[in-house]
Design a protein around this ligand. Structure first.
Ligand code: NAD
Ligand code: LMR
Length: 328
């Protein structure tokens, strides 16, 4: 057996945590040969509920679960962590403006970025799921100057998976026939799910659909507003699917994207495809052994250019807002 990998999960007593922890402990993140030690961070009032979750983890008798530590102090919980899944965030509440949300989360991700910088293992990889995910990742990255910037990412894999499911349903193909899906930009309603580089059964997806109107009026808004549709239907935001996507994202980053395909990850832009350098923006990437490469050389037509520019403009505005608040 390998030595245990330390995986931190924040917001561990929350909805996503309740699905995520059990899947990590069962080996879905690191594989069947790697034991895992869970490091679970919560705010003080949620530590009681978290103890209940830990009791349930114990009761599963997972063979790969080498230990669980809980706490409300990031400096302690993040000690030596190899993987950090930053799920916990302050939800938007009634009367809260977007600026208030950025500020509340800015405080959380500033502190967590600093704690990771001081205490995480040298090989740490960080994924932000908590919203606004891209800008929270930017704040954490900006507060962790000793951690290489390519170790920070934000989750757009849920959007990626949603786009695969919508396309497969439209053309009547299994999801396994869909490849080369890309989400560009922000994990928000401005995101651009791109069918022009995607494939179904090896054929260009936009051609297979053959209906530009459906792409513009149905596909893109359905994927981009799926989170809101789930909140409307369920009364709370997506949890099991968000946990599943968080596993997909971190697993592929650590263990490799599927051969001959790519995945979507929000990572620090190096200026590829005209995306302002330094923003955490979603790109098509290939991954291997904890590294990623942004796929290069895709032709971007006028339609895609406009959509990418719009979502990147939103990221740029978010960056300006948190810069003004002194968070980055
Ligand atoms: P939740 O409210 O059920 O749980 C969040 C947990 O985070 C709570 O238990 C809370 O106590 C904890 N928390 C708050 N501040 C914390 C801090 N400073 N340190 C540690 N823990 C803290 O929410 P959820 O449904 O689990 O969702 C979590 C986040 O994920 C939300 O921001 C949600 O919007 C986001 N989300 C993102 C995606 C995505 O695709 N990126 C999808 C779904 C949900
Ligand atoms: C989602 O995409 O399901 C969530 O990000 C929605 C939300 O606002 O929590």
């Amino acid at each position: 057996m390998n030595t245990p990998v330390k995986v931190a999960v924040t917001g561990a007593a929350g909805q996503i945590g309740y699905s995520l922890l059990f899947r990590i402990a069962s080996g879905e993140l690191l594989g069947p040969d790697t034991p895992v030690e869970l490091r679970l961070l919560e705010i003080t009032p949620a530590l009681g509920a978290l103890e209940g979750v830990v009791m349930e983890l114990d009761d599963c008798a997972f063979p790969l679960l080498a230990g669980v530590e809980t706490g409300d102090d990031a400096d302690v919980v993040f000690d030596g962590v190899n993987v950090a899944l930053l799920v916990g965030a302050r939800p938007r509440t009634k009367g809260m403006e977007r600026g208030d949300l950025l500020e509340a989360n800015g405080a959380i991700f500033t502190a967590q970025g600093k704690a990771l910088n001081s205490h995480a293992a040298d090989d740490v990889r960080i994924t932000v799921t908590g919203n606004p995910a891209n800008t929270n990742a930017l704040i954490a990255m900006s507060n962790a100057p000793d951690i290489p910037t390519e170790r920070f990412s934000a989750l757009t894999r849920l959007d990626h998976n949603r786009a695969i499911a919508q396309l497969a349903a439209k053309v009547g193909a299994p999801v396994t026939d869909v490849s080369h899906m890309t989400i560009w930009g922000n994990h928000s309603a401005t995101q651009y799910p791109d069918l022009f580089h995607a494939q179904v059964g090896g054929r260009n997806a936009a051609e297979a659909v053959g209906d530009q109107q459906w792409i513009e009026d149905t596909f893109i808004p359905t994927v981009a507003k799926r989170g809101a549709a789930i909140i409307e239907a369920r009364g709370s935001s997506s949890a099991a699917s968000a946990a599943s996507a968080t596993i997909d994202h971190a697993r592929d980053w650590l263990r490799g994207s599927p051969e001959g395909d790519w995945v979507s990850m929000a990572v620090r832009s190096d200026g590829s495809y005209g995306v302002e350098e330094g923003l955490i923006s979603s790109f098509p990437v290939t991954t291997r052994d904890g590294s990623y490469e942004i796929v290069q050389g895709l032709d971007i037509d006028d339609f895609s250019r406009g959509r990418i520019d719009a979502t990147v403009a939103e990221l740029s505005e978010e960056k300006a807002a948190v810069t003004q608040l002194g968070l980055v």
